[in-house]
Design a protein around this ligand. Structure first.
Ligand code: ZN
Length: 271
């Protein structure tokens, strides 16, 4: 059982400058070959898992540049988070040597790469959690666009391979909420690298990104902190506010988002 010591909540608006296609909306009334995913209210939304996937690959690209370990979920770097030799070795060794739960935790802490520790792996759950993102601003209707299938043999477009897909038109915005539980300094810094990329407009989401779809910017980022790693009356006060407060503002301490990202990223790369 792990006690809650620190929690961070990041909120903001994910605003799309180009159209967005997140497929998977089967069984809807959409007339399109490839409908967008919709919630029970019939409105398009972004599943938290889709945003997590995009956020993870954004962070993975920069983790290596920042001198950290990141396997990108490919079997390399000796990280057992991805299927491959390192994972087989770890399972084999754990069985042979009859590791205890505590031993396994220690070994994983040493062997897992930095991004597997933050985002989770088959061995350990994620320390970062992505809520589904509801639609908060849009034109009020989706659009249907034509796609063209390419014949693999002739590499030419063929009429019978024509299909269409549904998109949420540009200028839509979705409400974001991401939280971290008991993150290490590296976890928090990696998450801040991801947020910083999305704030800078380098994020993208969904399908057909090679056609320019799914470009977005994170706006109105806010950061809330609960830090119970203090003692005495200060800890009691923070815990009381957290438990009795009804809103994020009442429960947690709001930090200046720009300063917070700056501080965390500097802690990782120095300077
Ligand atoms: Zn890994």
């Amino acid at each position: 059982m792990v006690h809650l010591e620190r929690r961070y909540v990041f909120t903001g608006r994910l605003a799309f400058t180009t159209a967005l296609h997140i497929g998977g909306g089967t069984g809807t009334l959409s007339p399109s070959d490839s409908p967008v995913v919709r919630g029970p209210d019939g409105l398009p939304f972004i599943p938290g898992s889709s945003f997590k996937g995009s956020f993870r690959s954004t962070v993975e690209k920069l983790a290596l540049a920042a001198g950290l370990r990141s396997c990108g979920l490919l079997p390399q770097e000796g990280c057992p988070g991805a299927e491959g030799d390192a994972q087989r070795d770890l399972r084999h060794q754990a069985e042979e040597e009859r590791w205890t739960e505590a031993k396994l935790v220690t070994e994983l802490e040493q062997r897992l790469c930095d991004t597997c520790k933050l985002f989770g792996s088959v061995f350990r759950s994620s320390r970062i959690f992505f809520d589904d993102l509801p639609l908060v601003e849009w034109a009020g209707a989706t659009q249907i666009r034509d796609g063209v299938g390419i014949d693999r043999d002739t590499e030419k477009a063929r009429d019978r391979l024509k299909y269409d897909f549904e998109v949420v038109p540009p200028d839509a915005a979705f409400s974001m909420r991401v939280s971290l539980e008991n993150p290490s300094t590296t976890d928090l810094a990696l998450a801040c690298i991801g947020f910083s990329e999305f704030v800078g407009g380098f994020g993208s989401l969904g399908g057909k990104r090679s056609r320019g779809l799914g470009r977005c910017e994170l706006r109105d980022l806010r950061v809330f902190e609960l830090d119970l790693t203090v003692t005495g009356s200060e800890r009691a006060e923070r815990l009381k506010n957290y438990l009795l407060g009804r809103t994020l503002e009442e429960k947690m301490l709001e930090r200046n988002a720009a300063d917070f990202l700056d501080e965390q990223i500097r802690s990782l790369i120095g300077g």
